[in-house]
Structure formats: structure tokens, C-alpha cells
Design a protein around this ligand. Structure first.
Ligand SMILES: Cc1cc2nc3c(=O)[nH]c(=O)nc-3n(C[C@H](O)[C@H](O)[C@H](O)COP(=O)(O)O)c2cc1C
Length: 253
């Protein structure tokens, strides 16, 4: 049995994790930590495998995701850690996730960094994960199944990244609301991972709480939330130009 722990505001990390787990071919239970901690986590038996999948924010695991992982603990069960990033760099995020999961009592057997469409600048890695990524996820799953069969642990120091980890950073923007299109249905507010959107008046966003995860843009049934403004356009032009080469998944076993 696989227990997967996911944080995926714009859905790509969940997609990568699902493809990987399907390739592993075992029965799976998923706990989604995106909006809140999962409160009914089953006891993980010694023969179960835990899969932890998180996106990369500024080269790190999102601080909120790391905090929510405090709800999970193991007693030496095997774990696979996966990070998903937007074709720029994953810096220290995979190493950080390996360290967190080890601290939570699991034994990391494999770690992988996969690429997805950038949620802030969707012209970067558009459409990924794609068929090429799916093949790599399947190859990674084959290697993981082999390790599960023959045994073994991963030396965390073999994962790309440095300790101390790079300093986290925030993106100084938040999605705008088109007041004509917004009908205050509240989907965005109820789905915001940080509670940054006012429940009574969803047209209001607390810029200090918003982590720019773009979930509200993806969730809005009226297409009323979007990124725009001069800073976004100017930064985006350079960002897309600098990050348009195709990076490939990497893994460590
Ligand atoms: C605040 C923020 C910071 C990000 N930082 C990075 C980064 O350092 N490197 C990168 O390649 N992608 C970065 N991304 C892009 C995400 O890692 C990428 O879009 C990922 O697929 C999002 O996962 P999700 O769809 O599960 O939310 C960042 C996205 C956000 C919202």
C-alpha cells in the first residue's frame, strides 16, 4: 500500500505524483495537504511506502507545506520524495524534503525532481508534465520498485542541494480580481491554502498572506482572477526568455 502526501496548489505536483504512483502499480491512498492538514491519516504499516510530493518555491519547499508535514510521522517506513518545479531550478528543495521526511521518521529510498508548467509564468514549460516526462516517471518507478524488492536506502548527501538551504523568498505580487467577472461565489476563498482571500468579500486579498501559488486563478469558475500589471509583464518577458530551454527530470537512488 502506498500513502501519498501531496501539496499542490495549481495541480501539477498532484499530476506528477499520480503518474508516478500509477507506474508503481500498488494500491494507494492520497492525503492532500494543500488547503489544510489531513486529519485522518491511517497508520502506516512497516511494509507500506510513503510518497511525499511538493512543489518548489524559490528553491525551497513552501514553508506552509513543510509545516503541514508535521502532522505525519513514521517509524522507519520507506519513503520516496518528489519535488516539482517550473523549469528554472530546484536548488535545495529536494534535499530539504529528504531531510524533513527523515526527521519525521521515514527512511528515504529515492528522490526525484520533475518539471511542470510554471504556475506564475505559464509560457515556461507549457504543457508539462508531457509524454516525455511520463516515460521518465515510469522509469523512475521501475527503479523504485527494484529498490523495494532488493532493499536499500538513499544517502541523502547524494541529493543535489546544499545545507544550510538557500534563503526562501516571497514573490511581491498577488493575483488581481476582475470585479465585473467576480460574482463572489467564494470558491477561491475556500480553496486558498493560506486563507488570504476574504470569505465575506472574495474580491479582497491580503497581500501579506498570499504566497502567489495561483490556486485561486485555477479554481475561479468565472475566470475572474489573473496576474497582470507592468511588473508582471516586464519580469515575465525576461523570465520566459531566460527559462525557455528544456530541463529534464533527475533522480537519485
Ligand atoms: C512562489 C513561487 C515560487 C516558485 N519558485 C520556483 C523556483 O524556484 N524554481 C522553479 O523552477 N519553479 C518555481 N516555481 C514554479 C513552481 O515550482 C511550479 O509551477 C510547480 O509546478 C507548481 O506546483 P503545483 O502545480 O503543484 O502548485 C515557483 C512558483 C511559485 C508560486
Amino acid at each position: 500500500m502506498i500513502h501519498s502526501f501531496i501539496f499542490s496548489p495549481s495541480g501539477t505536483t498532484a499530476k506528477v505524483a499520480k503518474t508516478f504512483i500509477n507506474s508503481l502499480g500498488s494500491e494507494a491512498k492520497t492525503y492532500d495537504f494543500t488547503v489544510k492538514e489531513s486529519d485522518n491519516i491511517d497508520i502506516i504499516s512497516d511494509s507500506d511506502i510513503a510518497v511525499f510530493a511538493m512543489p518548489v518555491y524559490a528553491g525551497r519547499i513552501p514553508a506552509l507545506a513543510a509545516k503541514r508535514l508535521n502532522a505525519v510521522s513514521g517509524t522507519g517506513q520507506k519513503a520516496v520524495v518528489i519535488v516539482v518545479y517550473g523549469n528554472c531550478d530546484y536548488d535545495d528543495a529536494l534535499l530539504e524534503l529528504g531531510d524533513i521526511v527523515t526527521e519525521r521518521g521515514f527512511r528515504v529510498i529515492a528522490a526525484g525532481a520533475f518539471i511542470a508548467q510554471h504556475c506564475i509564468f505559464p509560457k515556461v514549460a507549457t504543457g508539462r508534465p508531457d509524454a516525455g516526462d511520463e516515460k521518465k516517471l515510469s522509469a523512475f518507478a521501475d527503479e523504485v520498485n527494484h529498490i523495494i524488492a532488493v532493499g536499500g536506502s538513499l544517502d541523502l548527501n547524494s541529493i543535489k542541494g546544499n545545507r544550510p538551504y538557500k534563503k526562501g523568498a516571497v514573490v511581491p505580487m498577488h493575483p488581481d480580481v476582475d470585479k465585473q467577472k467576480c460574482n463572489s461565489c467564494g470558491s477561491c476563498a475556500s480553496q486558498c491554502p493560506t486563507g488570504a482571500i476574504d470569505m465575506q468579500n472574495p474580491k479582497l486579498t491580503d497581500g501579506k498572506k498570499c504566497m502567489m501559488c495561483c490556486r485561486c486563478i485555477n479554481m475561479c469558475p468565472s475566470d475572474a482572477r489573473h496576474l497582470g500589471g507592468l511588473l508582471y509583464k516586464v519580469a515575465g518577458w525576461k523570465f520566459v526568455k531566460d527559462n525557455s530551454r528544456r530541463l529534464e527530470p533527475e533522480w537519485f537512488v
